[in-house]
Design a protein around this ligand. Structure first.
Ligand code: SF4
Ligand code: SF4
Length: 137
C-alpha cells in the first residue's frame, strides 16, 4: 500500500483549539505526524503545520475526519515548476508523472513540461536527477 507523507497546514477554529483532535489521527486512523510549527493566533485560532504520514486510505479518512469536525486544511505544496537551466532532458520524469504533464517532443527529443496538467504529487521532484523540478509554496 502506498504511503502518503505530506506537509499540511491545519487551521483550528477557536472552539476546537483545546480538543484532542490530532491525537485521534494517531489512535483512530493509525497516522503518524511531525509537528513543524504550532501557534495560536491573537484571535485564538490554532494553527498547526505538520507532516502527516500514513497509508493512502488512512490518510484520506484522517483528512475527512478533520474536515468533518471543522478544521480547515491547506496543502503546503502549491506549485511545481521546472528550473529550465537545470533540466538535462533525461526523460526520467516522463514515465513517473501520473498526470502526463511531461511529453517528449518528437523531433528534438526535448522533454516538454505542461504545468497546467500537474497535480503536485511531487514524484518528479524526488525523481529528477539534477533536481530541476522545484516545489513552490
Ligand atoms: S527528470 Fe529532470 S532533468 Fe530529466 S527530463 Fe525530467 S525535469 Fe528534465
Ligand atoms: S508533481 Fe507529479 S503531477 Fe506534477 S509534474 Fe511532477 S510528477 Fe507530474
Amino acid at each position: 500500500m502506498m504511503t502518503e507523507s505530506r506537509k499540511i497546514v491545519l487551521h483550528f477554529p477557536k472552539k476546537l483549539v483545546d480538543k484532542p483532535i490530532v491525537s485521534r489521527l494517531v489512535k483512530d486512523y493509525g497516522l503518524d505526524f511531525n509537528i513543524l510549527k504550532a501557534s495560536v493566533t491573537p484571535g485564538e485560532e490554532g494553527l498547526l503545520v505538520m507532516e502527516l504520514i500514513g497509508d493512502q486510505r488512512s490518510y484520506d479518512k484522517g483528512l475527512k475526519y478533520l474536515t468533518d469536525v471543522g478544521v480547515k486544511i491547506q496543502s503546503l505544496s502549491q506549485d511545481v515548476v521546472r528550473n529550465e537551466a537545470r533540466c538535462t532532458h533525461c526523460g526520467a520524469c516522463v514515465t513517473i508523472c501520473p498526470s502526463d504533464a511531461f511529453e517528449v517532443e518528437p523531433g528534438t527529443r526535448k522533454v516538454l513540461f505542461d504545468n497546467s496538467k500537474c497535480v503536485v504529487c511531487e514524484l518528479c521532484v524526488k525523481a529528477c536527477p539534477p533536481r530541476a523540478m522545484e516545489l513552490y509554496f
